[in-house]
Ligand binder design. Structure first.
Ligand SMILES: [Zn+2]
Length: 84
């Protein structure tokens, strides 16, 4: 019985270590990537801070970002369509 509990404890520690290590790797990747807070506008392809972009999720995995200029030009296009 003691052996089983010992193995269970070791397995738990290993699982914890794996998750903890994985979290550290993710954190490191985020801080090392200079573009982590930046994203590319889907329409014009320029890089902006994510706070400046409007984010839309299409489907489960696809994320699209739109900058102010592109949104404005889309809106103008939309208004022109409405008037025609
Ligand atoms: Zn844009």
């Amino acid at each position: 019985m003691v052996g089983l509990i010992g193995i269970a404890v070791i397995v738990l520690i290993v699982i914890f270590a794996i998750f903890y290590g994985y979290g550290l790797i993710l954190k490191q990747e985020r801080s090392q990537n200079p573009y982590s807070s930046k994203a590319k506008c889907t329409l014009c392809g320029k890089f902006f801070d994510k706070e400046e972009l409007v984010e839309r999720a299409i489907g489960i995995e696809k994320l699209y970002y739109f900058c102010g200029d592109c949104i404005q030009s889309l809106y103008i296009d939309y208004l022109n369509k409405k008037q025609n």
